[in-house]
Design a protein around this ligand. Structure first.
Ligand code: PLP
Length: 480
């Protein structure tokens, strides 16, 4: 399998070549040259596979430069049940991503596909855990090391740390704004005592942390000399790992492969739902892909009007579904490339417009009509009030406590229920992570998985530093 860039760069690159990198050299995102197609026979056979077996079957089609006998153990150890079971209170998770049937909503079967049983209780673990094992494998094979520098306001940083902890050849330097994360998030990250994890509490806000990471990344000499890398959501391996649970969710929600399913996906950077799009392109019978956003409705605006308009920092809201607070959707270019008939020059021209004027508008083009007709995308957005209401309603009607991001998904899913098509909402985090909003909605806290009870009292380790690029560089330099 060869990989190409959405902006035309087509060196002879394979999965392992693009694994450690970010953007393609021309500024585009990597995609496979073609989406491998799943035959009816294959789909029938896959229905009965366990999660690790299914993951191996799908990833084999994309990681053709890793020998099957090497890929298989990587995938099975990643999705071994131990890594994903302990995270849910009082429940034995055998499926990795169990489907919870809620009931009939206006005559349509409604379910939650729970993707938050990994160590940080959010769906990013699903891909990040695999990335940790893939990185270790490839670095060992090539005799290289990698030093991941990241900035986090909570969720992504902890998923990365839990994926990379104890991995040979990898160190993680994670900047977070001092005192700005929740006590739970802080405890989750700072209680890690692994030698290869460095938590740096920066005296500043999240943007200061991000600016430092950008400054270091732009210092090409420093970056090269210190093998600096990132684990952001445009990484192709993260996207492809997420394709697996769409198949799993489809099988769990249907009795046979002639049926169709719709998925509602709480969205920010378009990484999760992009994987749904890829599953659909591979031939999985998905009816609608329902893109659910919060008040940061860049994507909803595009799907409704054909205008993709990125926001300034000032126009980006801090919401009660914070992991979806984005000003632009960094994976979106992958879908636009497909929508434009895989025309790289058209894609490049559109994103050039975003850089120069802040938006592009395809409302007058024939492609606009294809978004729903051909690709099944629809969208909606939710406000704090609607999200809180959705948490209450799901609790009252179906006795489940959902987190605020999943609530955005449920709220928007309700607008696209269609007779005969089961609706599966992706549960992207556990409610226990968002205590404040759950208390506001239900007046009771969400139950915490046993392993996380009292986590705030565990010993913590971090260093506090001023928001100063040179100091951070010196810190990294001394430790790699
Ligand atoms: C990251 C995240 C999202 C958004 O996913 P994208 O891939 O960025 O669209 C939604 N919910 C939760 C809980 C997340 O952590």
């Amino acid at each position: 399998m060869k990989y190409i860039s959405t902006r035309g760069h087509a060196a002879n690159e394979q999965f392992c070549d693009i694994l450690l990198g970010g953007l393609a050299p021309d500024g585009g995102l990597y995609l496979p040259e073609v989406y491998p197609q799943v035959s009816a026979t294959e789909l029938a056979a896959w229905r009965h596979l366990s999660y690790p077996e299914l993951a191996f079957a799908i990833l084999s089609k994309y990681c053709t430069d890793i020998l099957p006998e090497e890929l298989n153990p990587l995938v099975s150890s990643t999705y071994a049940s131990q890594a994903f079971i302990n995270a849910r209170a009082g429940q034995w998770i055998e499926d990795i991503t169990p489907l919870t049937y809620l009931g009939q909503e206006k005559g349509v079967p409604l379910s939650l596909l729970s993707l938050s049983n990994g160590p940080t209780l959010a769906f990013k673990d699903m891909a990040m855990q695999l990335l940790g094992n893939l990185f270790e494998f490839i670095l060992k094979q090539r005799g290289q090391t990698l030093n991941i520098l990241g900035a986090t306001s909570g969720d992504t940083g902890s998923a990365a740390e839990y994926a990379m902890r104890g991995k040979h050849g990898v160190k993680v330097f994670m900047l977070s704004p001092k005192g700005k994360m929740s006590a739970f998030q802080t405890a989750q990250m700072f209680s890690l005592m692994d030698d290869n994890i460095f938590n740096i509490a920066v005296e500043g806000v999240f943007d200061d942390c991000q600016d430092i990471v950008k400054a270091v990344s732009n210092d090409h000499a420093f970056k090269a000399a210190h093998n600096i890398g990132t684990v952001n959501s445009i990484n192709w391996a993260r996207v492809v790992a997420q394709v697996v649970y769409y198949f799993k969710g489809f099988f769990a929600a249907t009795k046979n492969n002639d049926e169709k399913v719709s998925f509602a996906v709480p969205s920010g950077n378009f990484g999760n739902v992009c994987a749904g799009h890829i599953a659909r392109q591979m031939g999985l019978p998905i009816d609608k892909l329902v893109v659910a956003t919060n008040e940061n409705n860049v994507l909803d605006e595009f799907f409704k009007t054909g205008v993709y308009r990125v926001r300034t920092a000032k126009d980006t809201h801090h919401t009660s579904s914070p992991s979806m607070d984005i000003s632009k959707a960094s994976n979106f270019e992958r879908f636009i490339f497909d929508l434009m008939g895989r025309d790289a020059s058209k894609t490049a021209a559109l994103f050039k417009q975003v850089e120069t004027q802040g938006f592009f508008d395809i409302s007058g083009t024939p492609e606009f009509a294809l978004i729903e007709e051909k690709y099944g995308f629809v969208s909606g957005s939710s406000t704090h009030k609607q999200r809180v209401q959705a948490i209450r309603e799901v609790h009252r009607e179906y006795k489940q406590i959902i987190d605020p991001h999943t609530a955005d998904g449920v709220y928007v899913a309700f607008k696209y229920l269609e007779k005969g098509v089961p609706m599966v909402v992706l549960e992207t985090a556990q409610a226990a992570k968002f205590e404040e909003t759950i208390l506001e909605a239900l007046n009771v806290p969400a139950p915490r998985p046993d392993a996380y009870v009292g986590i705030e009292k565990h010993p913590q380790r971090s260093v506090t530093m001023a928001a100063n690029v040179d100091l951070i560089k010196a810190f990294v330099h001394e430790r790699v």
